[in-house]
Design a protein around this ligand. Structure first.
Ligand code: UAG
Ligand code: ATP
Ligand code: API
Ligand code: MG
Length: 487
């Protein structure tokens, strides 16, 4: 237990009513989860306003309230604290409550539209192989060294982040790599964290439902760099046209990486094959099991980060060649009929284009590329026709299907994807709402040497429809269907 005063350290307070010397059991931002002697933080969300649940929080045992707007009537037994921004206050309070754990390890944040999970997970792998205790906060899972925890968000809420960082402190973790999503920055989930470095991978079309304009989306990502101290490093992909923007206002030491431009860290692709690629980095040749230009960028970002964190260059290069692909990222299976199935988490136009470009450069003959793809419901609608266009322009056959329709109609989502298909490609498409049936049809259509790409869900093990998640695993399903295929 800590006092409210200690928890509020560093939070700018506009007004206080009542004692801040009271003991607080826990911090809570959801009235449905409040317990005895908790402090309730009222947050203005997209759907609800936490201020409306203050009475409910008090009824459930909260003894203090942190809010942006004070209620009209005070309860004399309760301490009320007014702050400018509930999300920001929550993040600073969470850090204080858990003993400012980000200060006790070397935390590196990874932001960008694509590549966050890949870069942070491979950094985790590399530092583990180098013999360190390491933490990871990613879309797929949270790792406290060898212990795995399930997660619901790419960048969880501030309490979840700090709780796991504290577990990392307890475990003696030295390095932690975390994904920093634009939602996370915008909702200030990472406010108050002390980063030793930040990495920018790239910026392309996504989440314009939430951020409204591309400029706003870009500026949100940039805030991670603006927040760095001058002891930290800021590492950016300078081949990306927004790479330099990230460095504009940072106090941190600035570093760049690139395949095409002049940069502090450079790489060249010497050879690209299905099972790996040969890269040249710092005048040394290094084998990467991960293929495609986009993974050359990821490998370079990892190399640069490990160097900036003080690992020996030759040691880093040796470890880079040992890194294994992340689940659901270009994960492939080759059937006995020599049909290749690739499962990839490409759920943005840029990622889909990159994966299909990579597949197309690796084609050796007349094999067909059959793509199974959908778009998520309750997410950026404007990427649907673009992904429809990319899928059909770069594949021989496309089966549009469902990818977590959530509260939307799957048929309408598919129609919005089809709207982006050019007339000359219309005969390439099929629409099958049931994702398993769509994958099965792709398997039946495939001939020897053909390549099936199942895009969008990667590592996910569910299909979400109207709030219900049913078990669904693209890789398991495609593998089973191909294994059962008797051609
Ligand atoms: C769009 C979005 O990001 N929403 C997040 C946001 O929810 P919200 O603003 O809708 O919250 P709300 O329902 O309006 O509630 C406002 C406040 O009232 C409180 N409340 C509400 C009801 C009640 O009875 N009592 C109560 O106290 C809530 O706890 C909350 O504090 O705040 C919640 C609490 O932190 C998040 O769980 C929620 O994530 C939702 C589930 C989500 O799907 N987020 C996705 C889009 C997301 O964040 N994605 C990014 C990754 C994207 C990428 O990788 O490309 C991520 O980092 O995961
Ligand atoms: N550096 C990169 N540039 C462009 N595309 C990439 C890059 N790295 C991976 N991809 C593609 O994007 C997909 C998602 O990769 P990854 O999961 O690493 O991204 P992410 O940024 O974590 O995504 P999310 O926003 O969902 O957390 C991959 O399956 C691959 O198709
Ligand atoms: N982090 C991304 C993941 C999208 C994955 C895709 N399968 C979907 O459900 O839209 C999001 O929440 O927008
Ligand atoms: Mg991710």
């Amino acid at each position: 237990m800590k006092t409210l005063k200690d928890i509020l350290y560093g939070v700018g307070l506009s007004a206080v009513s009542g004692s801040t010397s009271i003991m607080v059991n826990h911090i809570c931002f959801d009235s449905r989860k409040v317990g005895q002697d908790d402090v309730f933080v009222a947050i203005k969300g997209l759907v609800a306003d936490g201020h409306q649940f203050i009475d409910k929080a008090i009824a459930s045992g909260a003894k203090s309230i942190v809010c942006e707007e004070l209620p009209k009537k005070f309860d004399n037994d309760i301490t009320y604290v007014q702050v400018d921004n509930g999300n920001k206050a929550l993040a600073i309070m969470a850090s204080n409550y858990y003993g400012n754990p980000s200060k006790n390890l070397r935390l590196v944040g990874v932001t960008g539209t694509n590549g966050k999970t890949t870069v942070s997970s491979l950094l985790y792998q590399l530092f583990k192989k180098a013999g360190f205790k390491v933490g990871l906060i990613s879309t797929i899972k949270i790792m406290v060294d060898n212990k795995e925890y399930a997660t619901t968000h790419t960048t969880p809420d501030a309490l979840t982040i700090n709780k796991h960082l504290q577990l990392m402190n307890d475990e003696g973790v030295e390095y932690c790599f975390m994904e920093v999503s634009s939602h996370g920055i915008h909702q200030k989930r990472t406010e108050g964290l002390v980063f030793e470095g930040a990495i920018f991978t790239n910026l392309s079309h996504d989440h314009l439902d939430y951020h409204k304009t591309f400029a706003e989306y870009r500026d949100t990502k940039k805030r991670l760099f603006d927040q760095l101290s001058k002891k930290a490093f800021a590492l950016t992909n300078i081949d990306d046209k927004n790479g330099l923007v990230m460095l504009q206002n940072t106090s941190a030491r600035k570093y760049t990486y690139a395949l095409k431009s002049y940069a502090n860290y450079r790489a060249q692709i010497l050879e690209n094959q299905f099972n790996g690629q040969l890269l040249k980095m710092d005048d040394h040749e290094v084998w990467s099991k991960l293929i495609g230009d986009f993974n050359a960028y990821n490998m370079l970002a990892i190399y640069a980060t490990a160097d900036l964190l003080g690992l020996e260059k030759l040691e880093i290069l040796r470890l880079l060649s040992e890194l294994e692909n992340v689940d659901g990222r270009f994960q492939y299976y080759i059937s006995k009929e020599k049909i290749t199935a690739i499962v990839d988490y490409a759920h943005t136009p840029d990622a889909l284009k990159n994966v299909l470009d990579t597949i197309n450069t690796l084609r050796t003959g007349n094999e067909n590329v059959i793509t199974v793809v959908g778009c998520g419901g309750d997410r950026d609608k404007s990427k649907r026709p673009v992904m429809g266009h990319i899928a059909t322009a770069l594949s021989n056959k496309v089966i549009f299907t469902s990818d977590n329709p959530r509260s939307e109609s799957p048929t309408v989502i598919i129609e919005e994807m089809e709207a982006g298909v050019e007339a000359q490609n219309a005969n390439k498409t099929l629409s099958i709402v049931n994702r398993k049936q769509a994958i099965k049809t792709a398997c039946q259509l495939a001939a020897t040497h053909d390549i099936i790409l199942v895009a969008g869900k990667g590592h996910e093990t569910y299909q979400e429809t109207n709030g219900v998640r049913e078990d669904f695993d693209d890789f398991k399903i495609v593998k089973e269907l191909l294994a059962d295929l008797n051609k």
